[in-house]
Design a protein around this ligand. Structure first.
Ligand code: GAR
Length: 191
């Protein structure tokens, strides 16, 4: 199974998927890593592992994912013969035509127990809201923001004295565990 990954930041979730492949618990290959951010560390991580990378050109748009860039992204993923697309810290909203190119084959990881706290900085939303429980969700991507059907969730406690950073770090431990597991569930691919 060939996976394409889209990310805008550090790429620790991509690293978790790669680790699962390397330790033999996920029978897959990361075929391509795409980023809208030329400085994203996810690109460095991919290069360190000889994984092909490409930039998604969204110049002129701070947050929007223009149709043209979505078409180019879909073409790059098809050229790389990708079977499954994983969003891993990708901060733009995927819509048609990318959705149409990979029906039921685009997953996302989000740092909250959806449907609670969609959107940006979900762990901070939970903290500001006085939540006693937080977590993460892997879900199918549809045209909404963090709205597709859930595949897996994991909970973590919000502890007294938590900062946004400490809570996010606790959530990320669970993200790294459930993302490879969700891929196994969706594709039926284990080693
Ligand atoms: C992760 O916590 C992920 O859930 C979040 O960005 C972080 C990326 O970390 N994604 C979103 O908030 C998407 N709405 P990473 O680059 O280290 O994988």
């Amino acid at each position: 199974m060939r996976i394409g990954i889209l990310g805008s930041g550090s790429g620790s979730n991509m690293q978790a998927i790669l680790d699962a492949i390397e330790d033999g618990s996920l029978d897959a290959e990361i075929a391509l890593v795409l980023s809208d951010n030329p400085d994203a560390f996810i690109l460095d991580r991919a290069k360190q592992h000889d994984i092909p990378t490409a930039l998604i050109d969204c110049r002129g748009f701070k947050t929007k994912f223009p149709d043209e860039a979505q078409t180019e992204t879909a073409a790059a993923l098809k050229d790389a013969e990708v079977d499954l697309v994983c969003l891993a810290g990708f901060m733009r909203l995927v819509k048609q035509p990318l959705l149409d190119a990979f029906p039921q084959r685009i997953l996302n990881i989000h740092p909250s127990l959806l449907p609670a706290y969609p959107g940006l900085n979900a762990w901070k939303q939970a903290l500001d809201d006085g939540a006693t429980e937080a977590g993460c969700t892997v879900h199918h991507v549809d045209a909404g923001m963090d709205t597709g059907p859930t595949i897996l969730q994991a909970k973590v406690p919000v502890l007294p004295g938590d900062s946004a950073a400490s809570l996010h770090a606790r959530i990320q431990v669970e993200e790294h565990r459930i993302y490879p597991e969700a891929i196994r569930i969706v594709t039926g691919v284990a080693s």
